[in-house]
Design a protein around this ligand. Structure first.
Ligand code: AMP
Ligand code: GLY
Length: 421
């Protein structure tokens, strides 16, 4: 099978790494890829949000299966374009991708499905949104409706802060994403991520994870795309996972099918868990980054079989072979991230590191310059390890971190602290 993966971050490096372990894979191309991916697969320069360009590449290169990593090509309808051309593809349609691309759409689907989530109001003007805040009181959550690269959510501790956030959003701080605003009840509890594969009808759980969104130790400081993750998430017990499937995920999938937009691909449900009950925080229509890295390390080669089964609508007969293990990934980022940061630092010490089924450095933002691996993004490396216990996975991951010489780089030293405590 000739396989094309779209994307070029740590998520896609881990997908490529897992796919390559499967003997079904004859040839793997990743577009655009990065320096880490280039060491294991062919990389192609391609505008991955241009469905026509991707479809043309697929024909020229005789690609049999396309796996779409990030949300942008999904929201741009690249999966539809490929399916129209008869190409087997893993990832939802543009219509179904609204589960991530529009928060108001997701709230309406949850309402129709009876899925527990935060109470909300949906607004197209600031005065009405502010009146809702005044009536509800703080803390309260203000969200830009559209895709805002993870930055469109403001948790306001006071009504004044909420009003200011509403003005910012309608004032264009998040561009078109903030033309509509959702104001939501603040939910407290512990957050965890639940990943399921869907084929339009069937749902297959493939793992749980928790990430650390804040940049600083003890989960302090500004939000990032994620500074590290671990799987499984102990807070998401089997009983809570069952409830999430029965009360949130299956009803959502049924509602999507009833709307004529069946969901196919991976569905990432962000859950808030309190007193044994899950409520939906958000859906994403792709694997989390860096959550994918720990899931791929635990699933290995079977990830390809499972994604293919989802694309071919036969998840009812698919099965996950679980190892009773744990995985952790530690993000190494450039100083200054998530604010502005320098690019171009040369990273040394990578060559001597193990590359095994239980230890792997995935590249997120790296570029090869004159033979050297250099930092080209905010999040640069995802140092990932597996172990019988989470503590073992952590020890293996930090052992590798300590051998990496990344001038001007940093990482959190406490990934997994909640679960390790
Ligand atoms: P989102 O982009 O919807 O994932 O929101 C980003 C983060 O904001 C989530 O991961 C939560 O930590 C937090 N968040 C979003 N909505 C709520 C809510 N209604 N109550 C509490 N925290 C929230
Ligand atoms: N790590 C969070 C996300 O991928 O959305």
């Amino acid at each position: 099978m000739n396989i094309l993966i779209l994307g070029g971050g740590g998520r896609e490096h881990s997908l490529a790494w897992a796919v390559l372990q499967n003997p079904k894979c004859d040839r793997l191309v990743v577009a655009p890829g990065n320096a880490g991916i280039a060491a294991i697969a062919e990389c192609a320069a391609l505008d991955i949000e241009d469905g026509g360009a991707v479809a043309g590449f697929v024909t020229e290169e005789a690609i049999d299966f396309v796996i779409i990593g990030p949300e942008a090509p999904l929201a741009a309808g690249v999966a539809d374009r490929l399916r129209d051309a008869g190409v087997l593809v893993f990832g939802p349609s543009q219509a179904a991708a609204q589960l991530e691309a529009s928060k108001a759409f997701t709230k309406q689907v949850c309402d129709a499905a009876g899925a527990p989530t935060a109470a909300y109001g949906h607004f197209t003007d600031a005065a009405a949104a502010k009146a809702y805040v005044t009536a509800q009181g703080a803390p309260i959550v203000i969200k830009a409706d559209g895709l805002a690269a993870g930055k469109g959510v403001i948790i306001a501790e006071t009504a004044e802060a909420a009003h200011a956030a509403i003005d910012d959003m309608f004032g264009g701080a998040f561009g078109g994403a903030g033309a509509e605003v959702v104001v939501e009840e603040f939910m407290d509890g512990e957050e965890a991520s639940f990943f399921v594969l869907c084929d339009g009808t069937n749902v297959l759980p493939i793992g749980t994870a928790q990430d650390h969104k804040r940049v600083g130790a003890g989960d302090t400081g500004p939000n990032t795309g994620g500074m590290g993750a671990y799987s499984p998430a102990p807070v998401l017990t089997d009983a809570i996972a069952e409830r999430a499937l029965a009360e949130i995920i299956r009803p959502t999938m049924a509602e999507m099918a009833a709307r004529g937009m069946p969901y196919q691909g991976v569905l990432y449900a962000g859950l808030m868990i309190k007193d044994g009950a899950p409520r939906l925080v958000e859906y994403n229509v792709r694997f989390g980054d860096p959550e994918c890295q720990v899931l791929m390390m635990r699933l290995g080669a079977q990830a390809l079989d499972l994604m293919q089964a989802a694309a071919e609508a036969r998840l009812d007969t698919a099965q996950v072979n679980w190892a009773d293990d744990h995985a952790m990934t530690v993000v190494m980022a450039a100083d200054g991230y998530p604010g502005s940061y320098a690019k171009g630092a040369v990273i040394r010490g990578l060559d001597g590191l193990p590359e095994t089924s239980s230890q792997m450095v995935f590249h997120a933002g790296s570029k090869r310059v004159d033979g050297d691996i250099t930092a080209s993004g905010g999040r640069v490396l995802n140092v990932t390890a597996r172990g019988a216990q989470l503590s073992e996975a952590a020890a293996r991951a930090y052992e590798m971190v300590d051998q990496i010489d990344f001038p001007g780089g940093f990482c959190r030293r406490d990934i997994g602290w909640r679960a390790l405590d």
